[in-house]
Design a protein around this ligand. Sequence first.
Ligand SMILES: [Zn+2]
Length: 89
Amino acid sequence: MTIFTKISHRSKQFHSFARLTIKQQKTLTIKIQIDMKKYICNVCQWVYDPEVGDPDSGIAPGTAFEDIPDDWVCPLCGVTKEDFDLIEE
Ligand SMILES: [Zn+2]
């Protein structure tokens, strides 16, 4: 599966992706690859999804896990980012 079909499967907001210039597509693709990494809490199995963010804790949708402040904690069990693992897809 190419990155482009993967994107179109994953996110309806990119339905106009093909109309962008190649440069815009590359920029967008890089951003998506960074932003779409999900992380799972080792303690309670809660999953951080960058598409959703954690609005209850002030984390806006579209925020990469790496960009979350270090003082953020798991909304379910209260552990810090250090107790989260990257979900490999
Ligand atoms: Zn947790």
